[in-house]
Design a protein around this ligand. Structure first.
Ligand SMILES: [Mn+2]
Length: 374
């Protein structure tokens, strides 16, 4: 894998030598699942590619300068001799320009539709592999695999095991997939409810490849890295695992944070940081989801920040009244001015399930009528 990536990095520097650039692009949160899915899928496509004029390149969907936030990814890739110098980031190549030159093909992993700012690239999408609910229209021409499993890496593993190169899943590839699936499924914890039979099947098949595979040890190590926020500023923590959704010309930033929001709000000058963050993201509202795991049990809470009381109320109402899923929210009193905090009784409802609630708020007719008053 490291040899492939270092070759690819050099090839990106002389991109005009190629007729086709096939980029494998994860989602813009660039979490571990997105990054490992794109690295492994690209490596696999490279092995089955027979055209010397095609360059297959995994692209991390963040600027290079944000990589320091991705501690789980940095940690695991380092163990396999993969440093930032071997990786290609979104600002290392101009996808739109490649598209204009009619040279671009795109495989989307861990996302099934492009965000608005990337919609001009839609024509280039040839393949989609994702585990969140399908937003892509049925009519789309490309080959789409969307299955509700715990980790996109499970679908990537399944694809490779089904293909003719499955014997080339080496220890590095197997370990990267194995670790990501464990993290995404909370080590297949029943309580978390994320892992499916297919996740379990892939873990078992990958275990065969990895010498002395140990789920407990691997999971604990990556989980500890994920939950270690000691070197981060408040802005870093907000930025670390971020998704932005938009509709009707308005957006909401949703940050997943690996500590309780009840504890996060005790940080110094929190409201200032939230304000600054909202400004940087050009958004009027920030939703925080705190998630911690204690003895295999996942606990969640939510914070809703907005300088517009009106907008904040609308978000809270849509979250409280939703019954698919019912989040079971209880307000937690505190004295922060523009932030309302709730404990979330329904611990199975992760960000993937909350985002569509916010999305339907932003795209609702009622909202578009009243949004001028935000
Ligand atoms: Mn994912």
């Amino acid at each position: 894998m490291d040899t492939y990536l270092s070759q690819t990095r050099k090839s990106v520097e002389c991109i005009s030598d190629y007729e086709t650039i096939h980029a494998v692009l994860g989602n813009a949160a660039a979490d571990l699942d997105s990054v490992i899915s794109s690295l492994v899928q690209a490596f696999y496509l490279y092995q089955i590619n027979s055209s010397p004029k095609t360059l297959i390149v995994p692209v991390l969907n963040i600027p290079r300068s944000d990589y320091y936030l991705k501690t789980e990814t940095i940690h695991i890739l380092k163990q396999h001799r993969i440093t930032a110098e071997l990786l290609t980031f979104r600002d290392d190549l101009n996808l739109l320009e490649l598209h204009n030159l009619k040279k671009l093909k795109l495989t989307l992993v861990d996302q099934n539709v492009l965000p608005n700012k990337d919609l001009p690239l839609e024509e280039c999408v040839v393949r989609v592999i994702d585990h969140r609910s399908r937003e892509r229209p049925e009519s789309s021409f490309c080959n789409v695999t969307v299955e509700p499993v715990g980790s996109c890496c499970t679908l990537i593993a399944d694809e490779i095991f089904k293909g003719s190169y499955s014997n080339q899943i080496d220890v590095t590839v197997a370990t990267l997939l194995f670790t990501t699936i464990l993290l995404d499924t909370v080590n297949m914890s029943k309580d978390a409810g994320r892992g499916t039979a297919k996740d379990e099947e892939m873990l078992q098949r990958l275990e065969v490849v990895i010498p002395n595979a140990c789920r407990e040890k691997t999971f604990k190590e990556i989980q500890d890295v994920k939950y270690d926020l000691s070197n981060f500023t408040t802005l870093d923590i907000l930025q670390k695992d971020l998704k932005v959704i938009s509709g009707n010309g308005t957006s909401i930033a949703m940050c997943s944070i690996t500590m309780k929001i009840q504890d996060f709000i005790k940080r110094e000058a929190l409201e200032n940081s939230l304000n600054k963050f909202a400004e940087l993201q050009a958004t009027k509202a920030v939703v925080l989801m705190g998630v911690i795991v204690i003895n295999g049990k996942t606990l969640r809470d939510l914070g809703i920040f907005s300088l517009s009381k009106n907008f904040q109320d609308k978000i809270i109402e849509s979250l409280k009244t939703c019954d698919t899923p019912d989040l079971n929210l209880e307000v937690i009193p505190h004295d922060s001015k523009n932030l309302v905090v709730f404990s979330q009784g329904n611990n199975k409802a992760n960000r993937k399930m909350v985002l569509p609630i916010l999305k339907s708020l932003l795209t609702s007719e009622d909202f578009s009528r009243t949004k001028e008053n935000l």
